[in-house]
Design a protein around this ligand. Structure first.
Ligand code: OXT
Ligand code: ADP
Ligand code: MG
Length: 585
């Protein structure tokens, strides 16, 4: 409604604020200064105002990637990453990322605008109508709706604490559009804001629990430490390192814990994975769940049934005994538990037998030697090993570069070939093995750390999020994306088993020019066919800091079905008899 000349605008009275500005003030008060965003009704202006108020607002092309970016920001910073979306479809797009964040135990807050409550509740067909709060609940750690401007302070505080305390996770905050325009007296509004004090309190286990763990360690003949992404998240890097080194135990990093201690550390047992899992007798889990990635702690991979005793450090008490018996549960944060163990170890002989260390070392050396032989080849077309050998050397020389990695073969081979040297310098598909996290992760890593980012992407994985190269160019981020282009999912040489003219279900357009996508938005695109050309292109990208996409042609026949986890595919007895091609897989 137009205002007459005699009326005074509320702003001119100088004493009012509104829902938009209280929300921005509440986030800033809690040191949240970045929003990962996709604009639209009813939150377009909220993004504009946030930018005007000095926040960093990074607008994406699709909410899923804004959401993944927020969740990765949460992992990297221990503060909830914030994603902002429109109602119904935008909310649903962002919800995947909240669910993924919760699954990975990463703190994030999804703030979605929502439609008129009265209309939604009577199902009268509003613009983008959906009962978002009810839908969000099963997918996140906590979900709240904010109906009144005066509740913004407490709602943001509640969302932050829910996201980061205990086991971190995704939180949903529903913002009815009408709430944003609600007006309040400015001084009164300021008094409603809440600064969250000690949002994730440290938690130390009792002396008894520590003593119990030391007793288990004292009896160990073949001990092992497993480091998980919960330990990387905790940011107690020095204490963890001191603990690992004082024990002298071999350690096995889960994929996103790589670099917590360097992969080149003499105690690193990554290259002797099967040996240490099978033969160890005492296993100390530090911020790692005994889930599918560790075969649930059972089966052939873990040796004789009953041959292990577990010590488990986890912030979540319910994680204990989830899959196997835990002989010494330590419920607390990784840093406090490691510190208490370090102190408790004094005066006890927990040194591992030399024969065990020698065995692990010998196995790791043999595997690394075998691998080294495969990394320098000039096969045409390139295989994964040749391409990854180049990237391994580059990361060794430039260890501050953050590696993002997704795909199947591209993921599994990069994980074992490319050493990581610093904590939280590898971001990948996480607990769900989700494809499409790559560009969001790369953008968040760049925004949150300012470091160079190298994203090593399968061509399928890249396809889930490729449009975000425009976002990379728009914000001029120093990200080099290398697409391992083998023309398909797992392999590029699949056939249509029905013999028709449609392509196989797993193949893409051959020799697609992904490099031109980056060029379309003003970045650098390069197509390479040899390890030397790959090396030159990536070095130039990291040197210049310009957004770059290197389209690396990989042998379509080099990959395996599902990479290292082909055993998880269900088998059809009928297929073996009916389709001759099935035998190849
Ligand atoms: O000890 P042994 O002898 O056993 O040897 C081990 C180590 O000791 C050794 N090693 C080393 N040797 C030498 N030197 C060094 N440095 C070294 N380090 C280790 O190597 C071996 C193996 O070690 P590793 O890797 O540690 O051990 P392993 O046994 O593999 O570990 C087991 C796991 C389970 C922990 C590990 O495999 C793991 O972490 N796996 C994660 C797997 C995963 O999550 N995969 C992604 C999902 S696959 C599939 O679902 C895909 N989809 C479907 C889809 C998805 N996911 N999402 C959505 C939204 N929609 C659909 C799709 C579409 S993948 C995919 C696309 C794939 O195509 P792309 O084109 O993107 O990719 P390409 O395959 O390249 O074409
Ligand atoms: P990985 O996939 O690397 O094995 P997971 O995601 O399975 O790791 O496990 C991470 C575990 O870390 C979760 O069980 C989570 O509760 C726990 N965790 C998260 N943050 C902390 C922390 N600060 N201290 C201790 N444990 C934590
Ligand atoms: Mg591929």
């Amino acid at each position: 409604m137009a205002m007459s000349d005699t009326e005074t605008a509320p702003e001119a009275q100088g004493e009012v604020t509104d829902g938009f500005h209280l929300l921005i003030d509440a986030l800033k008060l809690n040191d949240i200064n970045t929003i990962y965003n996709v604009p639209g009704i009813p939150i377009t202006d909220l993004g504009r105002y946030a930018q005007a108020q000095g926040m960093r607002v990074i607008s994406f092309r699709h909410e899923q990637h804004a959401g993944y970016a927020a969740s990765v920001a949460g992992f990297l910073t221990k503060k909830p990453g914030v994603c902002m979306t429109v109602s119904a479809p935008g909310f649903l797009n962002g919800l995947t990322a909240v669910a993924n964040a919760t699954t990975n135990c990463w703190p994030m807050i999804l703030i979605s605008g929502s439609s008129e409550r009265e209309i939604v509740d009577l199902a009268q067909g509003d613009y983008e109508e959906m009962d978002q709060l009810a839908i969000a609940r099963p997918f996140c750690k906590a979900a709240y709706r904010l109906n009144h401007a005066e509740d913004i302070g407490i709602a943001i505080a509640r969302a932050i604490r829910s996201a980061v305390s205990g086991r971190p996770g995704g939180v949903y905050l529903d913002i009815p559009g009408s709430m944003l325009g609600q007006v309040m007296d400015a001084a009164e509004g300021a008094r409603t804001l809440v600064k969250v004090i000690d949002p994730a309190p440290r938690q130390t286990p009792t002396a008894d629990a520590i003593e119990r763990a030391i007793e288990v360690m004292k009896g160990a003949e073949r001990p092992l430490i497993v480091l998980g992404k919960g330990a990387a998240y905790d940011q107690s890097d020095e204490v963890v390192r001191a603990f690992v080194e004082k024990t002298g135990y071999p350690f096995l990093p889960m994929s996103m814990a790589k670099g917590l201690l360097p992969d080149t550390h003499p105690q690193c047992a990554a290259a002797a994975r099967s040996t240490v899992l099978k033969e160890s007798d005492v296993v100390i889990m530090m911020g790692a769940r005994i889930n599918w990635l560790l075969s649930h702690g059972k089966g052939k991979q873990w040796g004789e049934p009953g041959s292990k005793r577990f010590v488990q450090i986890d912030i979540s008490a319910e994680e204990m005994d989830s899959n196997v018996e835990i002989a010494a549960p330590l419920v607390g944060d990784v840093g406090s538990c490691a510190r208490a163990l370090l102190d408790g170890m004094d005066g006890h002989d927990i040194a591992p037998p030399v024969a065990w260390l020698e065995k692990v070392h010998a196995k790791a050396e043999a595997n690394m030697e075998k691998m080294a032989g495969r990394l320098r080849n000039n096969n045409v077309p390139m295989d994964y090993h040749a391409a990854l050998g180049v990237l391994k050397d580059i990361i060794t020389d430039q260890p501050d570069t953050i590696v993002v990695n997704e795909g199947a073969n591209t993921l599994d081979m990069a994980r074992s070939i490319v050493n990581i040297h610093k904590p939280r310098h590898r971001i990948d598909v996480g607990t769900w093995g989700v494809m499409g996290i790559g560009m969001g992760a790369a953008i968040a890593a760049s925004i949150e750390t300012g470091n160079r980012v190298l994203a090593i992407e399968g061509d399928s994985a890249f396809g889930f999020c490729g449009m975000e190269v425009e976002t990379i160019c728009r914000y001029d981020l120093p990200i080099c994306v290398v697409v391992f282009n083998n023309n398909g999912i797992y392999r590029g040489d699949g056939e249509n088993w029905g013999g028709g003219s449609d392509p196989a279900t797993t193949v893409f357009v051959k020799d697609a020019r992904y490099d031109r996508m980056m060029e379309a938005f003003g970045g650098v695109g390069v197509r390479v066919e040899t390890p030397d050309a790959l090396k030159r292109a990536v070095l130039e990208a990291l040197e210049s800091g310009r957004p770059t996409l290197v389209n690396a042609a990989i042998d379509p026949a080099a990959g395996k079905e599902s990479g290292n986890i082909g055993n998880l595919n269900p088998q059809s007895v009928v297929a073996q008899a009916r389709y001759p091609q099935a035998k190849k897989n």
